[in-house]
Design a binder for this molecule. Sequence first.
Ligand SMILES: N[C@@H](CCC(=O)N[C@@H](CS)C(=O)NCC(=O)O)C(=O)O
Length: 200
Amino acid sequence: MSELILHHYPTSPFSEKIRLILGYKRLAWKSVTIPVIMPKPDLVALTGGYRKTPVLQIGADIYCDTALICDVLEHRQPTPTLYPEPSKGMARTLAHWADNTLFWTAMAFNMQPKGVAQMFGNAPPEMARAFIEDRKAMGAGMARLRPADAAAAYKSYLRRMSDMLDDLPFCWAMCPASPTLRCTTRCGSRVCAPPCWPTS
Ligand SMILES: N[C@@H](CCC(=O)N[C@@H](CS)C(=O)NCC(=O)O)C(=O)O
């Protein structure tokens, strides 16, 4: 069977989602570290133009988007499952919410000046500027949350997740919930940085 190769970079929350799942399923994998910002000539040549992170390669097959990558890994290694009955539908619904609503709210919250200062604290200022410009170009035309709205929504989401998790390792106790949810939450509390996208 062809080996799993993950194209990723350490600080990417969506990559962390897949790294956690690879560990959860005890799958061996090889790592290719890709650039955090454009240009990414090797990656886009491989994907046919897709620039986002991560990308899974299995032989000559390339899988973009972590929802698809989850299904591929679930098929390859069904146990332990990401989608246990009877909460299979709930797990997918939670993952979709975490990958979209929660992720973008966390990004809007973290991209405020204090968050950016924290993320790029020890890095040269050009690095922060290049990152912000790259993500602005990538998100051109996207609706953006205002910082105050992002802060209010994010706090509320964190409270809800805390209520759901309580003393349990995962949401709904027996299911691994959404690793993105766990990773994004850690980014939100500034343990893991940087977020991927600016909002202003
Ligand atoms: N829906 C995609 C979102 C992936 C995504 O937005 N990844 C971020 C990194 S965490 C990204 O691509 N940022 C821009 C980049 O890496 O060039 C997925 O689930 O894979």
